[in-house]
Write a protein that binds this ligand. Structure first.
Ligand code: NAD
Ligand code: FE2
Length: 365
């Protein structure tokens, strides 16, 4: 029964195939005159080619890496300051959007980026507008106030209102070039956002609705998008599901699988989505309750057991790493210690002690 909640979603969302072709008009409409773009190598040529007709783009940082580094943030922020920009646009996957968010937040004084990252000083009061253009489906970063940035080997998730985009331009057509394995990794990340937002201790009714629809759409369309990247209907439904996934966890935050994804990415080098996928079906079984049974049925399945099985099967289809031996030499003591200590683990509805985590990982043979 709904009793009380607080809900806010401040990002304006423009959704539709080929929306991105109208970037110049969109920026003008929103009063943006001088934007720096952050992107990765894949989009570099296209963005540089657009600068002729899109006068609002004044500079490009095109070297965003997967698991983006603080050094890329600082370079983007310096470009923004040097060019007197009023906006940073992230065009790409979560790595690029998170770079753009952080750069916009420190553009007034790029030299303090490292101290902001360490939490030693607050972000400057003056920040630039953020426009997020996701090209994977995906992180949902276009509607969250989260930025995940690494400094050396240390990967840190920072949750701060300064990272909230002004605009999200979601053009599903942009995702048609994502390779199959990345399609699967990022699609399961979106599923993890929906499920973890739903079972998070901080879950709430409007986010729950987004989660149920996201899971339904992902179950229907992820394998299609994986098998045929040019299937625009499947790509569109996945882009929408990813957006809903973002809205599902933006307020409740994620839980067990995301908590485990950090050690799995840092020590065993799994990409973010694959790292979340590694434990997602295990957490479906561990967190199974009446609410999850309701979600499973509303998403078109027989029961929660079928949800876990469908996730396992998706991972198998794409050849994602699923067992302990797939990880190589595992330091189990460190793995369970780090997973248990991650702050997101506190949001998991079932308390996960080191013993329980060990049991979960040891079952993955
Ligand atoms: N801010 C948030 O709310 C949030 C949420 C979840 C994850 N994350 C973070 O986001 C990052 C992962 O983002 P991601 O999964 O989108 O991957 P990514 O941004 O790292 O991109 C993965 C790969 O896909 C390629 N790619 C992206 N779009 C493409 C396209 N349209 N065509 C061809 N190739 C394309 C990129 O070049 C890259 O090689 C991680 O650092 C993760 O921690 C952030
Ligand atoms: Fe994620």
């Amino acid at each position: 029964m709904v009793t009380e909640f607080v809900y806010a979603q401040p990002v304006k969302i423009l959704f539709g195939a080929h929306r991105f072709d109208h970037l110049s008009e969109i920026l003008k409409e929103h009063g943006i005159q001088r934007a720096v773009v952050a992107c990765d190598r894949f989009f570099s040529e296209r963005i540089r080619g657009m600068m002729q007709d899109t006068k609002e783009i004044v500079a490009v940082f095109d070297d965003v890496e997967e698991n983006p580094q603080l050094s890329g943030v600082i370079e983007t922020a310096r470009l923004a300051k040097e060019h007197g920009a009023d906006c940073v646009i992230g065009i790409g996957g979560g790595s690029t959007i998170d770079t753009a968010k952080f750069a916009a937040a420190v553009a007034a004084d790029p030299e303090i980026a490292e101290r902001c990252w360490k939490g030693e000083v607050p972000f400057p009061k003056e920040t630039l507008h953020i426009v997020a253009v996701p090209t994977t489906a995906g992180t949902g970063s276009e509607v969250t106030q989260v930025s995940v940035v690494s400094h050396g080997r240390d990967k840190k998730t920072i949750n701060n209102p300064v990272f909230m985009p002004l605009l999200a331009i979601v053009d599903p057509y942009l995702s048609s070039t994502v390779p199959p394995r990345t399609t699967m990794n990022t699609g399961i990340d979106a599923m993890a956002h929906a499920l973890e937002g739903y079972w998070s201790k901080n879950h709430q009714p409007i986010s729950d609705l987004c989660a149920i629809e996201a899971v339904r759409l992902i179950l229907e369309n992820l394998e299609r998008a994986y098998r045929d990247g040019n299937d625009l209907e499947a790509r569109t439904k996945m882009a929408y599901a990813s957006l809903l996934g973002g809205l599902s966890f933006a307020l409740p935050k994620t839980a067990g699988s995301h908590a485990c994804s950090y050690p799995l990415s840092e020590d065993y080098h799994l990409p973010h989505g694959e790292a979340c996928a590694f434990t997602l079906d295990s957490f479906v079984r561990i967190n199974a309750d009446e609410r999850l049974e309701y979600l499973s049925r509303a998403a078109g399945l027989k029961d929660t057991a079928e949800l876990a099985e469908r996730i396992r099967a998706l991972k198998e289809t794409a050849g994602l790493r699923r067992t302990l031996s797939d990880l190589g030499d595992v330091d189990m003591d460190k793995l369970v210690r780090d997973c248990a200590a991650h702050p997101l683990m506190q949001n998991n509805p079932v308390q996960m002690t080191e013993e329980k985590l060990r049991e979960m990982f040891e079952a993955l043979q």
